[in-house]
Design a protein around this ligand. Structure first.
Ligand code: CLF
Ligand code: SF4
Length: 318
């Protein structure tokens, strides 16, 4: 059965009843679910293919994480083994997500293999991917064929001229593009990919990093675009300036301004308001990260990471 949810402020999305029922167990897509259901991130995606000005690649992908925490990197086999260990210990583990530490689609072979291996041992778990969207035109069909029903794409702007202020470069099919040329490829691929996924029954979440003076004024337009492309929900996230990034001296997004923007955009589109900007190896309920308990590398928190007590440094691929 196909649902057309064009009414009541929600996007024009097409998802079957089983996908919508699945979403009731997804702690990020459903506010109610996040009190009960846990997610586990598999850090199997170390490389990235773009350079966001709010990112310092020593840390996790800031599109879906907060700066200052870094994660170990696992092979697909180690990820499957870790999943089995965690599934035994964590109640109501409903989602396996891949959110870095780089971009899921810049590491597609590892990501696909990890999903295939886990599907062999578990038929119930929900898979979830997070990406900057650059490679969606190439991999969206495979994502659909794999049965992944939840994908997050970070879309920060509509215009290449704004994108040129957010992205330092875009590495597309082995060639590096800077300025407006890079942003244009990225934005076009994001939009094409979201439209394709939504049309094929995938529930797309669009993340937007709110950067004052750069993209904040036009976020309502980004949200309307997401709605028109068929996205399910948008998640406007605060900028948390990462040390060593181009935006390191920018002010963090003011929480009151963020709330106001979510209010405005909520008139057009369902808003996520309970995001915890979690790490690429996060495990547990959104508000109760238990990743250190399951650190397969057996590392202790790295005191050199600013003393936050949770961070670990690993070598990140460029
Ligand atoms: Fe992970 Fe992201 Fe899937 Fe959730 S997180 S890949 S959609 S399972 Fe959730 Fe964490 Fe916020 Fe992401 S709280 S950073 S929105
Ligand atoms: Fe960093 Fe993520 Fe942007 Fe890649 S997509 S540069 S990992 S924030």
């Amino acid at each position: 059965m196909i649902y057309d949810c064009a009414s009541n402020n929600n996007s024009i999305l097409q998802a079957d009843a089983s996908t919508l029922a699945m979403t009731d167990r997804h702690p990020c897509y459903s506010y109610e679910a996040h009190h009960k259901y846990a997610r586990m991130h598999l850090p199997v995606a170390p490389r990235c293919n773009i350079s966001c000005n709010y990112c310092n690649r020593k840390y996790d992908c800031v599109n879906e994480s907060r700066p200052g925490v870094t994660s170990e990197v696992l092979t697909p086999e180690a990820a499957r083994d870790k999943f089995l260990l965690v599934r035994d210990k964590i109640e109501h583990l409903s989602v396996v997500g891949i959110a870095g530490p780089g971009d899921a689609l810049a590491n597609w072979d590892n990501v696909r293999r990890s999903i295939e291996l886990i599907k062999e041992v578990d038929r119930e778990v929900i898979f979830c991917l997070s990406t900057n969207g650059l490679m969606l035109p190439q991999y969206a069909l495979e994502i659909v064929e794999l049965g992944v029903k939840h994908v997050t794409v970070t879309v920060n702007c509509l215009e290449p001229v704004t994108g040129a202020k957010i992205y330092r470069y875009v590495n597309y099919r082995g060639k590096v593009y800077r300025g407006k040329a890079g942003a244009e490829i990225l934005l076009k691929n994001q939009q094409k990919g979201i439209k394709y996924l939504a049309k094929h029954g995938v529930l797309v979440k669009v993340n937007i990093v709110m950067v004052k003076g750069i993209n904040d004024k036009r976020i309502p337009e980004v949200v309307r675009l997401a709605k028109n492309l068929g996205a399910f929900i948008t998640n406007i996230m605060p900028l948390v300036p990462a040390p060593g990034s181009v935006f390191e001296n920018f002010a963090p997004t003011d929480p009151a301004e963020l709330d106001r923007m979510r209010e405005i955009c909520g008139q057009d589109m369902r808003q996520m308001r309970h995001c915890k900007q979690c790490r690429a190896d996060a495990i547990g309920l959104l508000h109760e990260d238990r990743s250190l308990e399951f650190n397969t590398a057996g590392k202790k928190p790295d005191a050199a990471c600013g003393g936050c007590g949770t961070a670990r440094k690993v070598a990140m691929a460029p």
